[in-house]
Design a binder for this molecule. Sequence first.
Ligand SMILES: *Cc1c(COP(=O)(O)O)cnc(C)c1O
Length: 376
Amino acid sequence: MKVEFCRHNITPVDRRALDKTLRGLFISTGSEVAVFEEKLARHMGAPYAVGVTSATAALHLALEALGVGRGDEVITTPMSFIATANAILHAGAKPVFADVEPDTGNIDPAQIEKAITKRTRAIIPVHLYGQLCDMRAIASIAKGRKLKIVEDAAHALEGKRDGYGPGQLADAAAFSFYATKNVTCGEGGALVVKSKKVRDILLRTRAHGMTKDAAKRYGVTFSQYDMKEYGWKYNMSNIQAALLLNQLDRVEDNLQKRARLWKTYLKKLEGAQGVGFPTISPGSRSAMHLFTVWVPERKRDVALAGLAARGIGVSVHFKPIHLMGFYQKNFGFHKGMFPVAEAIGRKTITLPFYPTLKPAEIEYVSVSLKEALNGR
Ligand SMILES: *Cc1c(COP(=O)(O)O)cnc(C)c1O
């Protein structure tokens, strides 16, 4: 048996929408993107959404639009994909890490407090595996000190906590539509924001800071444009938007499917020696993006190899960012600085998890994990 780590969810409906766009004349940023943005904003209960090329671009662009840059510090978690910290560097600011909660792997609000200095300007909480961070606590820390909040919601489009979703207790929330994410167009991203002023900045800075976007420049008649501010090339295309549009209608349905598969996994792994799970906090609805288990550190790499040898796609979420060579070399980070994140980094294994996964495959993965942990 072969169980891939990920299988995307692009269906005939999405292919038809893409085909329709390809038969049209304009395939860069145009009407499909606008329709997608409206639909995403409505879906998230946010005033505005802006489509970009990746979550990395979204995080970077949000920091820029919120005035975060050179000389500023941004607090985030080491327990994330490198994109989160790299986006801070893209903005010219300095990433400052705060350690995570041992039971969830999410950034610990108490550690955020300790990491704040005179230079702190923003916080990027990352909703690990799909469970939202304690946004009420983080928002109250930010409010007292006038810090900006940009959520990295790459795992958590469907997440809710204390009744709030991504973007509702923050200045902006960033989503990823990368190949392995719950909603995908191969590569893509978006922001939701509350402020019209910020939205208008984002619409310009995602396209070089031009005063008119391409659809308008190449409309019926050519029209002149100016560049009044600095910008990047991060605009989402109609091709990406066409693939994404209809997936939003299936988000809840797919979450329910994953919730059932999640239960099946828990049942199959019940009582398995040394297998632990991140806790879902009370009042929290996880987006259930990744099914991650925590196993004894000394067995982890053997188990990864054992699963791979059985044809099972596995991954590690995450090796902490501060232990990456570049960050150690350039910022003096070293082992021991964020012990909770480091411990998770040594014990974590992510198993295949998506709506089309079959119960028999979960059975196979679960048996394989137990065998691999027993050195078989
Ligand atoms: C996937 C991911 C990103 C980056 O998304 P891209 O769209 O590939 O830029 C950022 N943060 C987290 C937590 C992710 O998992």
